[in-house]
Ligand binder design. Sequence first.
Ligand SMILES: [Zn+2]
Length: 296
Amino acid sequence: MGVLSSMPTVADGRLLWRETATVTYLEPLALSAHPRLRCAFTTRHAGRSGQALNLSFDKGERTAVLAHRQHVLQALGLEQTTLCTVRQVHGNQVCIVDAAMLQHDLTGIATDALVTNLPRVALGVLVADCLPVVLYALDTPVIALVHAGRMGTYHRVVQHTLETIAQRFATPPAQVHAVLGPAIGACCYTLDIGAVGPFQDQFPIWEQFCIPHGPERWTMDLLTANTLQLQAAGVPAEQIDTASICTACHKHDLYSHRAEGQEAGRSMAIVALTSPARASSLPAESSISTPSAARA
Ligand SMILES: [Zn+2]
């Protein structure tokens, strides 16, 4: 139905295009059918319904958004989980979702990274161009979901999250795996000196992710910037999986604030640890396909 599904590959085959009656989402190939993890990046399509899958209460009617969120959990086999979302503020605060935190409403907490070691807790981050970064270390186990847009990248939110994982869960970055989801690409993310200047001041390697694009203009590569931060913190390169899809180039399938403006809805990156007892349950209704199969 969408443009991505008719592409020869989705992110060089790193993402699977999945569709149910009510939800269309992308699943990292590396984590598909994983016994201990569910992970997805939703698209703007509410499955075969033909409706839009906005998942932000700020961008849609509350009842509809609640229904959409429930559909996403169902599609992932996570009906029994608690979906945790927070008030994203483009900073570097990290929220550990433990049993005590679960007693509270997290939606008012200003933070851009969620960490948990609890099964049946789904971490959700809303995006429309910003980069969602999934972190996981299954020996611990612990998972995290990071909202890394330009300012989150500037504030090194992924590195703060890795520090939290190391300190609170005794899990060093060398044991952490990362999946970088769809985000606006360097092809479309043009910035002026006001936006790039702070990076010039704070990042000696800023030229590795800010590419000249005319006089006093650059494009920013959020994927590379965050990959460099992960590696600098000690995450091995071979443990970083990058689903390189530009949200603005693919605005027909993914929400893009840059491409659509204030009207843009929000997609959700979502990750959850499953409990061992549920390890084998795949969503019965979901159709799994590679993009080429979807096209056929
Ligand atoms: Zn693009």
